[in-house]
Design a protein around this ligand. Sequence first.
Ligand code: SF4
Length: 92
Amino acid sequence: MDECKKFSRREVIKIAALAATVPLVGASIGTAQAQKATKAAMQYRDTPNGKQECDNCMQYVPGKSPTANGQCKVVEGSINPKGWCIAYAAKT
Ligand code: SF4
């Protein structure tokens, strides 16, 4: 029991504050892991694979017009609506 008395109130607050930051560190690591894949890693190309193309993929975020390049939720960079990659997933 005497060991409990070794911590001052200030020290206890510091420890509690430090413990509170641990989830934040974990969250930032999670964010880093959520970074997009490179086009090369996903074998991205600017042409469709049959009827499969970014425009009808659930990961695609359209650009300003139907023909303008957009973004992808999982692949980095500018994405051609007529492009394709191995992460293609048809919209449902
Ligand atoms: S996952 Fe691949 S196919 Fe789908 S939008 Fe992204 S780049 Fe295009």
